[in-house]
Design a protein around this ligand. Structure first.
Ligand code: KIV
Ligand code: ZN
Length: 519
């Protein structure tokens, strides 16, 4: 099994996304998490671009460079190479990364030089970098649109000048898997003859959605190293997504005969951190890290999964740090999924007639509110078959948002809420940094539960007519995290309902565990 080296360029190519600029502390936080993910190399920035970037790369090299190789990008000019060396030199194993184009469009139109001049510039840059640092990577920018003979001539010359890694970028996402795989095979055969110690790397962009496919095709054809970003962020349509390439190798290990050192259980956490700090939402259906990547909503699929998980699951969510597969109860869910959800919250002793009553109510609710949650099932059971048994533990402990009032202004955002718990009406008012902060403080005070907000997201759905609120909380007394959602036409109500739903999830879990202990 070949061990593929993973270079993460979230902090360099990923940071080129408009609006995703990070400050020093945010960069360090992401770099720390990349180290937990166990990437082999962190490309920490482009130090010649600004004093801030230089400082961030140097700080990352100082703080994390004893555990992971650190690199940064330089154009093939002395001042850039100096900036890279002076920032990465604090790492135990620094790497200087030089980029220079090889395609005619880059050589003639962008750089306005001849092929010979560019080749000489590249060789000189490598020689200079090598005088500073033993590890030098040379990227032949726009390699996939370059003339093969000139590309190879360049590679041969820079390897002879001392380059220890050759990176083949598909800079504009032009490549297709078969052709790109073939290019890598041809280069690899020659390169390993020239110097078997030189590492062959690829760097693919996603302009036609093929970055992951091209990267995997390169691995199949001999690439030793891949360059990726978390969530596939990067210039234009982005780069190959680290999580997709890594899990592609895991799922089809026998086919690729290759593996990485990535600690896959850290993937989701890393994705969340990058998304939150860069302010870039992850597409919900994004492979591996999207919210719906492990959520099953079709009744047929839910039935199949409950019979055998491998019917519709090729990756265990736990393996990438997602707590569990999510069975979303909607109007399309069948009886099997609803029975399973009821059993999860402790209701499994129905007669057929009782279950049919519950199921009919469930469908009614699912039509009205799209997604049905565990605490909704409590209400259904209570309002149908357990009406007489009003001391049934649990129902009285759930929270229901009855009313809310929010004042959003610059000076004094405040909120008041009225929340029902059993027969009690709980009321609270609070001020906050903003309207949602005030609203959440008021709800927290009304429930009296000590908890902290981990994540809050609001997206528009249904062509912007409705808002989807998504909230993650951490409950202090059990240290557990709960994530829930809610939809409403009012953004503040969607936010409040999502928060209350998350609190109810914690309550339901406690009721179930008490029931189980009592049995
Ligand atoms: O896309 C590209 O060509 C690059 C190089 C610097 C590797 O980002
Ligand atoms: Zn790139």
């Amino acid at each position: 099994m070949r061990r593929i080296i993973v270079l993460d360029t979230t902090l360099r190519d990923g940071e080129q996304v408009p609006g995703a600029k990070l400050n020093l502390y945010e960069k360090l936080e992401i770099a720390r998490q990349l180290k937990n993910l166990n990437v082999d190399i962190i490309e920490a920035g482009f130090p010649a671009s600004s004093a801030g970037d230089f400082k961030a790369v140097a700080e990352i090299a100082k703080k994390l460079g004893d555990k992971v190789m650190i690199t940064a990008l330089a154009r093939a000019v002395k001042s850039d190479i100096d900036a890279v060396y002076n920032s990465v030199k604090y790492a135990r194993e620094p790497l200087i990364h030089i980029v220079l184009g090889t395609s005619d469009v880059h050589v003639e139109k962008k750089l306005r030089k001849t092929r010979e001049q560019i080749l000489a510039q590249g060789v000189e840059a490598v020689r200079y970098a090598k005088s500073l640092c033993p590890n030098v990577q040379y990227s032949t920018e726009d390699a996939s649109r370059s003339d093969f003979d000139y590309l190879w001539e360049t590679i041969e010359a820079v390897v002879k000048a001392g380059a220890t890694m050759i990176n083949i970028p598909d800079t504009v996402g032009y490549a297709v898997p078969e052709e790109f795989g073939d290019l890598i095979r041809r280069i690899n055969e020659r390169l390993k003859n020239l110097n078997p110690d030189v590492i062959l790397s690829v760097h693919c962009h996603n302009d036609t959605g093929l970055a992951t496919a091209n990267t995997l095709a390169a691995i199949k054809n001999g690439a030793d190293k891949v360059e990726c970003t978390i969530n596939g962020i990067g210039e234009r349509a982005g780069n190959a997504a680290l999580e997709e390439v890594v899990m592609g190798l895991v799922v089809r290990k026998e086919y690729y005969q290759a593996t990485t050192g990535i600690k896959t259980t850290e993937i989701k956490k890393t994705s969340n951190l990058v998304s939150a700090l860069m302010g870039l939402d992850v597409q919900v259906n994004k492979a591996i890290t999207g919210d719906n990547a492990f959520a099953h909503s079709s009744g047929i699929h839910q039935d199949g999964l409950l019979k055998s998980r491998d019917a519709y699951e090729i990756i265990h969510p736990e393996d990438v740090g997602v707590e569990n597969m999510e069975i979303i109860l909607t109007a399309r869910s069948g009886r099997h999924a609803v029975k399973n959800a009821l059993a999860q919250v402790g209701f499994n002793d129905f007669t057929n007639e009782e279950f049919e009553q519950v199921f009919a109510k469930f469908l009614e609710l699912a039509d009205a509110k799209k997604e049905v949650y565990n605490h909704d099932l409590y209400h259904i059971v209570q309002s149908t078959i357990r009406r007489d048994n009003s001391d049934d533990q649990g129902i009285k402990d759930l929270y229901e948002l009855v009313d809310m009032q929010v004042i959003a202004n610059n000076n004094f955002p405040s909120a008041s809420v009225k929340i029902k718990k059993g027969n009690d009406m709980l009321m609270s008012s609070s001020v906050g940094n903003g309207a949602v902060d005030a609203l959440y403080s008021a709800i927290r005070d009304a429930t009296g539960i000590e908890l902290s907000l981990l994540e809050y997201k609001l997206n528009s759905i249904s062509r912007g007519k409705e808002a989807l609120g998504r909230v993650s909380i951490k409950v202090s007394h059990n240290g557990k995290n709960y994530t829930s959602k809610a939809v409403d036409t009012d953004i503040l109500k969607a936010s409040a309902l999502a928060f209350v739903n998350a609190v109810n999830m914690a309550v339901v879990e406690e009721i179930v565990s008490k029931r189980e202990q009592a049995i």
